[in-house]
Structure formats: structure tokens, C-alpha cells
Design a binder for this molecule. Sequence first.
Ligand code: AOS
Ligand code: ZN
Ligand code: ZN
Ligand code: ZN
Length: 406
Amino acid sequence: MSDQIYQIFEQQQKERGVDVEEVKLRIKQLNIETPSWGYGDSGTRFKVFQQEGVPRDPFEKIEDAAQVHKYTGNSPGVAIHIPWDKVDNYEELKQHAKEHEVHLGAVNPNLFQHDDYKFGSVTNADPAIRRKATEHLLECVDIARTVESKNLSLWFADGTNYPGQGDLRKRKHWMEECLREMYLAMDEDMRMLIEYKFFEPAFYHTELADWGMAYNMAQKLGPKAEVLVDTGHHPQGTNIEHIVAYLLDEQRLGGFHFNSRKYADDDLIAAAHNPYELFLIFYQIVQAQKDRSHGIRNNAENIAYMLDQCHNLEPKIPAMIRSITNVQTLYAKALLINLEEVNEAQEKNDILCAEHAVRKAFEFDVTPLLRVMREESGLPVDPMQAYLNSGYGEKILSRGKGGASW
Ligand code: AOS
Ligand code: ZN
Ligand code: ZN
Ligand code: ZN
């Protein structure tokens, strides 16, 4: 029965001019890093609820992340946050990841949790604190080198709460100075991913408030610097896919932090609230991939995909699995768009036909496709159920409560 369903799906797509083999291949190649911090306890400013079985150290975080990859096949990398994931021996951490069939991914310097950074890190008026922050950035370049990660992912909480609190132009210069020093210390094949966000924890101004500021910083630093788009970091109503298209074309789209939100930077399970938005982001990427194969320059094949989520109430490993399978689903749907059909409609200015050509791909049920893709890859057909049946969730309860938290 399920084979028949797939055959009907395949036939249906063939008639639409979609190559299902290529779609499956694309999904198999997806590599979405999961964040080490998403396995630890987290909460709001009102309460951090402790869950049982939460990893107690970076090694256990990697073991949990390896479970997500084991069942989804698409998350072989684990992004780390320093000093949250500080260990004495990073070589050992790298080996530990390898033993669990994953690897360490983007290295995220943390410049927002030390008392010294109360009034800013790389934008602090005190040169000694800017020095300290720069040293931390340089240390993270070294760590990346040791763990063989090519991506340094930067997000700064730096900002102010009140008009007059800081000198906006001076702070801008200070940040550029610190980042340049880091940039120069990076190997040729390393990338600096610069993330932006318009508010929180600062409520008046945030240093890198939008993609334009991150883009300008990347431009000034050089080709190893690119912009990272966190889907939760825009004012309501922002057309994120437009930003994505713009950065792809400028060859500065470095990576993503996927998560979903209803109101602000909610860091919830990817695509849980507005799956259509993620589909439209992938539409831009898929189209750029196609264009590249026709010689049009963009960096669609070189994007670092990551989740950036916190699971405050829900169990963390299943939440990651759900996020990865949601991303697989939306990417698969975007790959079903018949781009030629869209293009023809655009040339005729046939708005209704163009919009329909995009949306109808979203409306297909891709579960038969994902099932076959998983079978072909030797993965469980239902990753969530397979994880739940595995007994891992029960086994880790012996870790007790009070594990790592961000
Ligand atoms: C903060 O809002 C950013 O999304 C960061 O990328 C990330 O969540 C942080 O570095 C982890 O706390
Ligand atoms: Zn209130
Ligand atoms: Zn983020
Ligand atoms: Zn965020």
C-alpha cells in the first residue's frame, strides 16, 4: 500500500516535470547542525524548569545530539558555545564526537554572560574589557582550529537601554576594531558568520540590529565574513525570504539559525508556527541552486544550516528531531516547485499563475517521499517513533535533574 502511494506520488511529480530522484538526493545532503545549548535546561526570565536527564557536561550534550542524527540522518554537526562548552581538552571533545558519529560544528563565542560585559563586550567604553572580549574571540579561533570547525558564529548582546547611554558611533568603531583582529587571526578556509538581532537583551539599541549592519560589517572585513540569518530576529512582518535572496545574490549568506516564533525571539521548534515562511525561504535557496547550475553566481551551495532553539518545557531530544524533520519537510516541498512554470508566469506577468505555481508545491504531502528517502538511507521511516522506542530517553533519566543550563 505504502509503495503504491509513493508510486502515485512519483508519477504525479514526473508529470509536473519534477525529478524526484534529485529531490531525494538534495534532502539526503542536508546538514543542519543542532546547538549544544538546546540540550541543556533553559527558560524565560521568569523561571528555568529543570528537566530530568539533561546532559551534565559537553560530552553528554554531544551524546544527545548524536541521537538526533542517528534517527534523522541530517544533523551530523553540533554547534558549541564557549565557555558553556568549555573543556580542558578540545581534542578529546572532538574525538568524543567522532566516536558518536557526529562532529563539532560552529564555534560560538559567548560575550554576554560575564559581569565584565554588563555594559558591553567589544563595544565597552573600557579598553581593558574590549581587550578581554577580543582575547575570547581569538581563543575561539584556536578552539575552532583544534576541533576542525570552519565556522565561527558571532552574536553580540551589546547594546543600550536608554538614549544617551552610549556613543553609538564610537561603539560601532570599537566593534569593527575587535572583529578585524579576529578576522585576521582566522585561517583562509574559516568563515565568520555575523548574526544580527534588533533587540533583547538591550532594549534601546543593539549594535548589529539588522541584516544591513551585519552585511556592512562583513563587507568591510572581507570575503571570509558573511551574514547569519536567525529566523527569530526580525520585527514582525519582515520579509525574511527577501533578505535571503538579497544576501544569496551578494554571496554573503553565511548561514541560518532556524527556529520559529510567534512574537519575538521565541526560539521554538522550527516551522511550528509559520511553516510557510520556511518554505518560502527554501524557495529562494532552491531557485538560487538551480541558477548556479546555469552559471549565475550566488552562494546557495555554501550555507551553514543550524538550529537555534531552546526547549523550555518540552523534552529536548524529541524537540530537535521534530525540528529536523520539519526542516526536511519544508525543504522537500520547496524542491517540488516547478521553477520553469514560475518563470513563465513571471514573464507573462501572470500573477495568479505565478503565486499558484509556488503555493501548490507547499500543498503536496511529502511523507511518501521522505519515507522512501529514509528507507534508501537505512534510516527509520518514523524518526520520532524510533527514538521514543529506543529507550534512550529512559536511560538518561539516571542523570537526574540539575544538568547543564545556558
Ligand atoms: C541570540 O538571540 C542568538 O540567537 C544567538 O545565536 C544564540 O541564541 C545564542 O548565542 C545562544 O544563546
Ligand atoms: Zn509584563
Ligand atoms: Zn541565533
Ligand atoms: Zn536569538
